[in-house]
Design a protein around this ligand. Sequence first.
Ligand code: ZN
Length: 185
Amino acid sequence: MSRDQAEYRSAAPSLEYTLIRKRMRTMRMRVIPPDGEIRVSAPWTSPQWEIDQFVSSRRDWIASRRAMLVGMEPRLEHGPEAAALRAQLAEWLEILLPRWCAEFDVATPHISLRIMRTQWGSCRPTTRRITLNIELARRGYDMAEYVLVHELCHLFANGHGRDFYALMDYHLPDWRDRRRRLGPL
Ligand SMILES: [Zn+2]
């Protein structure tokens, strides 16, 4: 533990939280997966009663965050489940790739399927390498198709500018709806 950080476990009535004292201006609170622990960061100068009040005033917010965590899939690790998801995605790509490479009139790019923590997919136009997150197999065929088309568009358009969205609109007119359904990773 560093000199400007200290931990304290509160016994506030009904809502237990972990307090981390830091050099900062305002209090912050997070609800941590997988079990919904409440973690509060607060400036050294905030009195204890103020922090307790801060936590209890956000009771509803905490409850909704915890409800969300219950519905969350556990973090995917390497192993049999990941292998099964990879196989599922590979099977879909046997249909999707020929169809979409014909649509874009491109030679099949190199595809890798990986566990990715921050992105659904990525594309390097210079090496024609597309990487897809195997989590997509949990989200369904439509979602895998949406991300594949997104990455194929990057073969023609860098970044997410007007030209990129024009391509998406042309090739996959319902892409906005799919993006909304896919949500963040
Ligand atoms: Zn993109």
